[in-house]
Ligand binder design. Structure first.
Ligand code: GLA
Length: 398
């Protein structure tokens, strides 16, 4: 009887397997094709992107996941039900592309969908989860973004769990990125299933515009505050940490609809939120200023801090046109990000003693200006462009 019980338990283990542990202990960093290339992605762009990321320092700054988003496959599966890469866009095939990336120190990411079809109308993984996970493993895939279109009456928890188990069963460690747009509050249930989950709808390259289903980054930032009541450290951030991240969507840094200041502020907030940093611009052709934002080691260190604490809004004063967000780092330091919400340049004053979670005296370093700004005993005033930020790192003062 005991033997029988043991056998049953042992057989049951794969069914209860959880996600791959020990990966994505800091927010994943990389590049994703969607925001710039959408359906025009192909292997030439991917290869050139990888080479550019080596030359411009992005890879060495930590951007290692290169993720091919929707529209990469043929519209039909093959006669055995396998997904097939579009031979016109990816003539060398996905295994060869994965090898190319791995040889250059990158990790290979791909996209599928929990529904019958992807958001672009290509085959989804519904009913093919285990088969597709095996296909991805055979191509050397290290990261799967998994969307939520055409899901019918499917239960999100079940659908995402099934793919999570399929990825475990296929045997290759994969970072699992749930892209369910926050509709079923994945922060409440996805930690054992995946490594990051979208909290919101799609981003586009705007400060606070809205285009149907797409929002500018400031609206997505607002949502990080609004989605869960009990703000401050008890807000949405309490669901995030090493190996499991809230994802307010990929970066629009460097894309046309943002000013340089808006790109810098967008990047600063995504660092402060401990958000995944997935660049979404054409990194083959970007200005030195945008490259400097994306590869800034001090800003990235804030994002990649080992404690993995998500920042939160501490102050919002529409009349004074200022918003202040804070993030606790692992070593007693803090980060403060103050945004000029005005559409014009303005003097912005940070009154450190009003940031109630930060106790004690600190020295202040301006991360973007790369200079010391005194300490927190007196308010600090800086001139900021419209929608620009002061990103400050606070170190305990003796
Ligand atoms: C959804 C996702 C986007 C992108 C597209 C692709 O809208 O949220 O990030 O993957 O699908 O079709």
């Amino acid at each position: 009887m005991k033997k029988l019980l043991c056998l049953l338990v042992c057989l049951a283990v794969p069914v209860f397997a959880q996600k791959w542990e020990g990966i994505a202990l800091t927010p994943p960093m990389g590049w994703n094709s969607w925001n710039t290339f959408a359906q025009h992605i192909n292997e030439k762009v991917v290869r050139e992107t990888a080479e550019a990321m080596i030359a411009n320092g992005m890879r060495d700054a930590g951007y290692v996941y290169i993720v091919i988003d929707d529209t990469w496959s043929k519209k039909e599966r093959d006669e055995n039900g396998n997904l097939v890469a579009d031979p016109e866009k990816f003539p060398s095939g996905m295994k060869a592309l994965g090898d190319f990336l791995h040889e250059r120190g990158f990790k290979f990411g791909i996209y599928s969908c929990a529904g019958m079809t992807t958001c672009g109308g290509y085959p989804g993984s519904w009913g093919h989860e285990f088969q597709d996970a095996r296909t991805f493993a055979s191509w050397g895939v290290d990261y799967l973004k998994y969307d939520w279109c055409d899901h019918g009456t499917a239960d999100a928890r079940d659908a995402y769990k099934r793919m999570s188990v399929a990825l475990r069963t296929a045997g290759r460690p994969v970072v699992f990125s749930l892209c369910e747009w926050g509709q079923n509050k994945p922060w409440e249930w996805a930690e054992p299933i995946g490594h990051l989950w979208r909290t919101t709808g799609d981003i586009y390259d705007s400060y606070d515009g809205r285009k149907g289903w797409e929002s500018g980054w400031k609206l997505l930032l607002n949502a990080q505050y609004d989605l869960v009541t009990g703000n401050g450290p008890d807000g949405l951030g309490k669901y995030a940490g090493p190996g499991h991240w809230n994802d307010p969507d990929m970066l629009e840094v460097g894309n046309d609809g943002l000013t340089l200041a808006e790109s810098r502020a967008h990047f600063s907030f995504w660092c402060l939120l401990a958000a995944p940093l997935m660049a979404g611009n054409d990194v083959r052709h970007m200005s030195p200023e945008i490259r400097d934002i994306l590869t800034d080691r001090e800003a990235i260190a804030i994002n990649q801090d080992a404690a993995g604490k998500q920042g939160f809004r501490a102050l919002a004063e529409p009349a004074a046109k200022i918003e202040v967000w804070v993030k606790e780092l692992s070593n007693g330091e803090w980060v403060v990000c103050a945004l000029n919400t005005s559409d014009a340049p303005a003097d912005i004053t940070v009154e450190w003693n009003r940031l109630w979670t930060i106790q004690g005296k600190f020295n202040v370093r301006d991360v973007w200006a790369k200079k010391a700004l005194g300490d927190t005993t007196k308010p600090t005033t800086v001139r900021l462009a419209a929608h620009d930020v002061l990103l400050a790192r606070l170190t305990p003062a003796k």
